[in-house]
Design a protein around this ligand. Structure first.
Ligand SMILES: NC(=O)c1ccc[n+]([C@@H]2O[C@H](COP(=O)([O-])OP(=O)(O)OC[C@H]3O[C@@H](n4cnc5c(N)ncnc54)[C@H](O)[C@@H]3O)[C@@H](O)[C@H]2O)c1
Ligand SMILES: [Zn+2]
Ligand SMILES: [Zn+2]
Length: 361
């Protein structure tokens, strides 16, 4: 029997989110219904609400979640009712051209649930990143459920489902940061601070945090930043060069998604260095760069989709590091809120007061 539960939707561009009744179908073949225990508020949810991702309103928001599998459909063997899982937005297909080349973290044909969750009048909802987890129970493809140690705190490890994984992976997987490297991270929200933590765990020795908000810079130090730069009052490119022997950083992670910070990243890296864009720009943003500089500086200009992660490989590993006290996921949880407080959480995010507000059910 389909179930009716409470969920948070964005009905139209820019309108405040609403807590409404959502109809969740029973899982079909290859699908699972998951009882949500926690879901972080990511900047991407706000992008959806503002129409910055696409126009497929109404959206069922939320995508950074952990919970317990309630029921599975036909043919599901990897997870079972009762399993504690982190939801992912990269259920790889194993068959597309990326998977066939042995690069499944780029999978171009990821799975989501085939059935739609709807409003009570039958209006189909678009789940954010194919998840939709600001809701009591959600319907996903079974491959979107990654089983992890059930002892872990859902509010903390659920953040691996998006922002923390994206940031960690931007530094470690996409940027390839290793022992002795230098890195600068521009934008120290949940994503940027996870990049800092990842660089620290991977052995980077110069870790420069850049933000326009001194509170964020203070937090960045606790995640392993060795230096901080306030981009509102200091020349970011100059300061990063000074802090890296006059050369620039081996890797610069842009975790804001704006042209001016991308340009800073471009000029603040060493020759043959790497820029990693993990911040998501809105479709109107443009950058103009001298082509001779693109050639002359060499290196790589990369984007990082979800930190180039493989959930089945990376989530259990990061939960282990968390459980061993080597990766402080608790420090990303600024506050625990109810489903009725998402709009307020967006405001706190915009005012820079939180790394992550986490809905706990
Ligand atoms: N690529 C991916 O797979 C992926 C996944 C999750 C999130 N994201 C994106 O990453 C970005 C960051 O997400 P978040 O949740 O950490 O957001 P957030 O709002 O928590 O953090 C953004 C930070 O950038 C800082 N900032 C703003 N303007 C700045 C400037 N000019 N210079 C320096 N710092 C500046 C803010 O003070 C804030 O600390 C967003 O664009 C989000 O959509 C990407
Ligand atoms: Zn694939
Ligand atoms: Zn996200």
């Amino acid at each position: 029997m389909p179930q009716t539960v409470k969920g948070v939707i964005a009905r139209s561009k820019g309108a405040d989110v609403e807590l409404v009744d959502v109809v969740v179908p029973d899982p079909g073949p290859g699908e699972a219904v998951v009882q949500i225990h926690s879901c972080g508020v990511c900047h991407t949810d706000l992008h959806y609400r503002e129409g910055g991702i696409n126009d497929e309103f109404p959206f069922l928001l939320g995508h950074e979640a952990a919970g317990v599998v309630e029921s599975v459909g036909a043919g599901v063997t990897d997870v079972a009712p009762g399993d504690f899982v982190i939801l992912n937005w990269r259920a790889v297909c194993g068959q597309c051209r990326a998977c066939a080349k042995g690069k499944p973290w780029y999978c171009f044909n990821t799975h989501n649930a085939k059935q739609k969750m709807t409003l009570e009048d039958g209006t189909e909802l678009s789940p954010a990143l194919g998840i939709g987890a600001f809701i009591e129970k959600t319907l996903v493809a079974a491959g979107q459920c990654t089983k992890v140690d059930a002892e872990a705190d859902a509010a903390a490890v659920g953040l691996l489902g998006c922002g923390v994984m994206a940031g960690f992976g931007a530094a470690v997987n996409t940027g390839g940061i290793g022992r002795g490297d230098s890195i600068a991270v521009i934008g120290c929200g949940g994503v940027g601070n996870a990049a800092i933590a990842g660089a620290s765990i991977a052995g980077a020795t110069t870790i420069i945090a850049v933000d326009v908000d001194d509170r964020k810079l203070e937090t960045a130090k606790s995640f392993g930043a060795t230096h901080t730069v306030n981009g509102g009052t200091e020349d970011v490119v100059e300061r990063i060069r000074e802090l890296t022997g006059g050369f620039g950083a081996d890797v610069v992670v842009e975790a804001v998604g704006r042209p001016e910070t991308y340009e800073q990243a471009f000029y603040a890296r060493d020759l043959a260095g790497t820029v990693v864009l993990v911040g998501v720009p809105t479709p109107d943003k443009q950058v103009t760069l001298p082509m001779i500089e693109i050639f002359g500086r060499g290196g790589a200009l990369k984007s990082s989709w979800y930190g180039d992660c493989l959930p089945s490989r990376d989530f259990p590993m990061l939960v282990d590091l968390y459980r061993q006290g080597r990766f402080d996921l608790d420090a990303f949880v600024s506050e625990r809120i109810g489903l009725d407080a998402i709009e307020g959480a967006f405001e706190k995010m915009e005012r820079g007061e939180v790394l992550r507000s986490v809905v706990v059910l």
